[in-house]
Design a protein around this ligand. Structure first.
Ligand SMILES: CN1c2c(nc(N)[nH]c2=O)NC[C@@H]1CNc1ccc(C(=O)N[C@@H](CCC(=O)N[C@@H](CCC(=O)N[C@@H](CCC(=O)O)C(=O)O)C(=O)O)C(=O)O)cc1
Ligand SMILES: N[C@@H](CCS)C(=O)O
Ligand SMILES: [Zn+2]
Length: 772
């Protein structure tokens, strides 16, 4: 008898104990071999397949595992390897060179990494494939086929996951120069045969179902992209003898792309019903009689326990309309974006735990929902538990704080404005700080060395007494200030040694947040974050950063920037409550940060940086929703930062994204200075700031901090000089792309010395005076 299938689109690969992270970093630092790394990776894959099998998942993903990133894996699989990496013969070394750059002094090897940017509106970063004007492709499916062989022992139900050809091309970029007028989509005809060959190989292996991820189907597509979809989907559907194909859309609604998807000739369509529940009727109405639907009902982007009754009602609707044989239940997207297992949490408290589901629990929810599809009124224990948890959360006194409600009602227009407009503020700030032309600074964090991390780990474990930890951090901060002075930086930072993570640190100090011990989620490569959980109204019980900033300022005469994470970024990088609009939660965070900003000023801090790297990532995927989001996101930043005097300089910082299309909003944020990542894209972004005539001061990043490579004085000076030609030199700052926490001290010191030298070169070119 056929029944509703339980399926999964992808599983976190980092490992319950972040085994992959550790194996990667150990391999990169040459402590272990490639074989050790591959062994760890194979062990993780085996574990994940086996636990999906145990959870009763009928379609188990294979090929979603990656040593670094699934988009990079796809580029390698189709042979899209830019020329500069082809001299590297060892495939693994070449793979990591594309991901992280490679600088080997002995062998004269010095190649920067490919660009990295955010995966849709998530905090995961992918490597941007780069195509040449005469791009050709060649299939190398060894990774995927090898993993399928490994997974055979799992016992059937394997569903290979491929990033689809159109999304692959839409996420790619053309290499710089010589490609005028060409866009990656021009290569679709050459790329499709790689997928055709691959489908034939998968059919030979006896694979029954293949999942083709096309998340770009949830975006607004122009005619060229729609035509590309028509071509690609029709051709793949027409492959002779192919396995059955599931087209996976996620992160939003298909809307006007639904006819493309439903008419694709594929055998199943996955839809995200967490982000876009309202699309169900249209989807069911559009499905041809041969097509299955995969209902994405368990949230792959958040950690709240599923409302099983609501999900069950949706499944019933689908079953009644098209019959159980054509229905699959699934998470809304890959589970890559949620932590591995709630079982890793000992300190959360049973009430909070009962509200949550991580990846392992979500698999169980999918199974339970599939099993209950035949029942009209499910009453098994999982449903009873889900109802009880929901009722408990809705009624919990932990969630509401009447003081926060009062403060929210007391917000007035005046709280969103600095006293004077930027030109008047800039004049006062120039008089106050007397900085040289091209002032040099950094973004905030300095290396989080093994010593810093392990001191924190022992302090957390209770084996390092608080005063000793405090003394250790003060010593790190003191040494950091001394190093910055020796390097010759103009505006200093305290180094953020006390912070585990720029969001988690604040989450731990604010009321309304819970934090996990082991809730790691991959951010890029081996780097993970532990997003805090916002479960209730947010408020600040006491000052959070004032002590560290004021301590650092006592150590130097140069200005030390106060360092805060902005409201939108705290929101975006947390798991957010789903019982009130995100904007209300964001304004609550902004109110708490406003108190901190004012306290910093009162404590004598003259420059305050409020980082908003996630503001672009928070942008809704559909343009019509942008205006509303940008209104409240900008308001939240202004609410947080407008409580200070004109001569207090507000900085902000952004990284990882294309900011071209939100420049107006960035300007409205009205920060006195913005530092922004530009170096990986070789300052392409700066063109947007020029075109928009960005009015305030700006520090275009001149040094890619994601790579251990030390940039030369000359290359950074070139970047500055090109920036100085298009923007007034009087408004330019000099800084790396982002914080330096992931780097080691020797390379940081060498790079910053070169950066300070580069600023001197630029000053010689443009004059020493900072007037204007
Ligand atoms: C700027 N970025 C950030 C994003 N999101 C955030 N939430 N935070 C960010 O900073 N998104 C965009 C980018 C992504 N970039 C990065 C960059 C770097 C990291 C990173 O370094 N992550 C660390 C983990 C950071 C952390 O929280 N560390 C904790 C725990 C450390 C730990 O693992 N301790 C060990 C013991 C260590 C020892 O004994 O030596 C343990 O407990 O077992 C801390 O410092 O206390 C990473 O290592 O992945 C992330 C995103
Ligand atoms: N102040 C932070 C910003 C990162 S986006 C840092 O320097 O790490
Ligand atoms: Zn940054």
């Amino acid at each position: 008898m056929m029944s509703v299938l339980a399926t999964c689109l992808g599983y976190p690969r980092i490992g319950f104990e972040r085994e992959l992270k550790k194996a990667l970093e150990s391999f990169w630092s040459k402590k272990t071999s490639a074989a050790d790394l591959q062994q760890c990776a194979a062990g993780l894959r085996r574990r994940h397949w086996s636990l999906m099998k145990q959870a009763g998942i009928d379609h188990i993903p294979v090929g979603d595992f990656s040593l670094y990133d699934q988009v990079l894996d796809t580029a390698v699989m189709v042979g899209a390897i830019p020329a500069r990496y082809r001299a590297i013969k060892d495939p693994l070394v070449r793979y990591f060179a594309m991901a992280r750059g490679l600088q080997e002094s002995g062998e004269g090897m010095d190649v920067p990494a490919l660009e990295m940017t955010k995966w849709f509106d998530t905090n995961y970063h992918y490597i941007v494939p780069e195509l040449a004007s005469k791009q050709t492709f060649a299939l190398n499916a060894s990774k995927l086929l090898g993993e399928i062989d490994e997974a055979e022992t799992t016992g059937g139900g394997l569903r290979p996951v491929l990033l689809g050809p159109v999304t692959f091309l839409l996420l790619s970029k053309m290499e710089q120069g010589k490609t005028k007028g060409l866009t990656p989509l021009a290569f679709l005809d050459q790329l499709i045969p790689m997928y055709e060959q691959l489908l034939a190989l998968l059919a030979e292996k006896g694979i029954q179902w293949v999942q083709i991820d096309e998340p770009c189907l949830t975006l607004e597509l122009d005619d060229q992209a729609k035509a590309a979809y028509r071509t690609a989907l029709t051709r793949l559907a027409a492959c002779p003898g192919r396995p059955r194909l599931l087209l996976a859309s996620y992160f939003g609604a298909l809307e006007d792309n639904l006819p493309l998807a439903a008419g694709s000739g594929f055998d199943a369509l996955h839809v995200d019903l967490v982000r876009a529940p309202d699309q169900l009727d249209a989807v069911l109405g559009a499905l041809p009689a041969t097509m299955h639907v995969s209902l994405g009902l368990v949230d792959g982007r958040n950690i709240w326990r599923t409302d099983l009754d609501a999900a069950h009602a949706t499944i019933r609707k689908a079953v009644e309309m098209i019959g159980p044989d054509r229905v699959m239940v699934a998470p809304s997207c890959s589970l890559l974006h949620v932590p591995v297992d709630l079982a890793g949490e000992q300190k959360l408290g049973s009430t909070m735990k009962s509200w949550l589901a991580f990846a392992a629990q979500k698999l169980n929810e999918v199974r339970v929902l599939a099993d209950a599809a035949g029942s009209l009124t499910p009453s098994g224990q999982p449903f009873l538990d889900s109802r009880a948890a929901r009722a408990n959360r809705l009624a919990s006194p932990m969630v509401r704080n009447s003081h926060v409600g009062e403060r929210m009602r007391g917000i007035t227009e005046a709280l969103f404005r600095r006293t004077s407009p930027f030109p008047a503020r800039a004049e006062r700030q120039r008089a106050r700080f007397r900085l040289p032309l091209f002032p040099t600074t950094t973004i905030g964090s300095f290396p989080q060395t093994g010593a810093v991390r392990s001191a924190r780990a022992t302090w957390r474990a209770g084996t390092l007494p608080v005063p000793d930890y405090d003394k250790f951090l003060k010593e790190e901060t003191r040494a950091c200030i001394a190093k910055q002075e020796a390097i010759g930086l103009d505006v200093l930072v305290h180094g953020e040694f006390e912070r585990n993570d720029m969001v988690e640190y604040f989450g731990e100090q604010l009321d309304g947040f819970a934090f996990t011990e082991n809730g790691w989620v991959q951010s890029y490569g081996s780097r993970c974050v532990k997003p805090p959980v916002i479960f209730g109204d947010v408020s600040r019980p006491c000052a959070m950063t004032v002590e560290w900033s004021t301590y650092a300022q006592t150590l130097t005469k140069r200005p030390v920037k106060g360092m805060l994470t902005g409201p939108v970024t705290i929101l975006q990088w947390s798991f957010v409550r789903d019982d009130q609009p995100r904007q209300d939660t964001c304004l609550q965070i902004a109110l708490a940060l406003r108190e901190e900003v004012v306290d910093l000023e009162q404590a004598g801090i003259k420059m305050i940086q409020v980082d908003e790297p996630a503001i672009r990532e928070g942008l809704p995927l559909r343009r019509r929703e942008w205006k509303d989001y940008l209104r409240w996101a900008v308001d939240a930043f202004k609410l947080a930062t407008s409580g200070v005097r004109d001569d207090t300089q507000v900085h902000t910082h952004m990284c990882y994204s294309e900011f071209g299309d939100i420049l107006e909003a960035i300007a409205e944020m009205d920060a006195d200075v913005i530092s922004i990542e530009t170096s990986r894209s070789r300052m392409e972004l700066l063109g947007d700031f020029v075109r928009y005539q960005y009015p305030n001061e700006i520090g275009p990043g001149v040094y890619d901090i994601h790579s251990p490579r030390v940039p030369t004085k000359e290359e950074m000076a070139d970047l500055l000089i090109s920036a100085g030609k298009v923007l007034p030199a009087t408004r330019l700052w000099v800084n790396p792309d982002c914080g330096l926490k992931t780097r080691g001290w020797p390379e940081v010191q060498a790079a910053l010395r070169n950066m300070v030298e580069a600023a001197r070169v630029a000053r010689r070119q443009f004059g020493e005076e900072r007037v204007g």
